[in-house]
Design a binder for this molecule. Sequence first.
Ligand code: FES
Length: 165
Amino acid sequence: MSEQTVEEPIEELDAEDEGVTRRGFVKVAVGGMALVYAGAVGYPIYKYLDTPVERAEEEAKVTSIALTKGEDKLAPGSALMFKFGSHPAMLIHHLDGKWVAFTAVCTHLGCTLPLWKAGSSTITCACHGGQYDPKTGKNVAGPPPRALQTYNVTVAPGVVTISKA
Ligand code: FES
């Protein structure tokens, strides 16, 4: 008799543990999915509502970037686009061997500039025809009120370092 009284509570306890474990698993799984969903929906909304001042502060933290995917082998007379922080930027390797980098955002109304084409004497904004000198970034024609922001370019084997001037 004493054996039965000992075994019965153990069996009941096992059955309860199994039930709680299943319920607990479902609760954790549903809770986890709810958290992932809230994050997936909430983060873009949070970023959208981010103030321009906060964005500018984040942008100011980026002072230099390293391009390490073979950009140092960019042929003379070629150009490529890259991101400097969140802004598009352009790296140009001129035929005379000079490397230059500018922000690729037009200073008129902020259109993204097209990639400079070899042989072209200007970088021409497609929005209103503003033109920039591809060697200096200076505004040379059209409505842009000022030159493009320039970056310092340092080329070493395997890496092109672009930093704020
Ligand atoms: Fe480039 Fe107007 S936005 S010329």
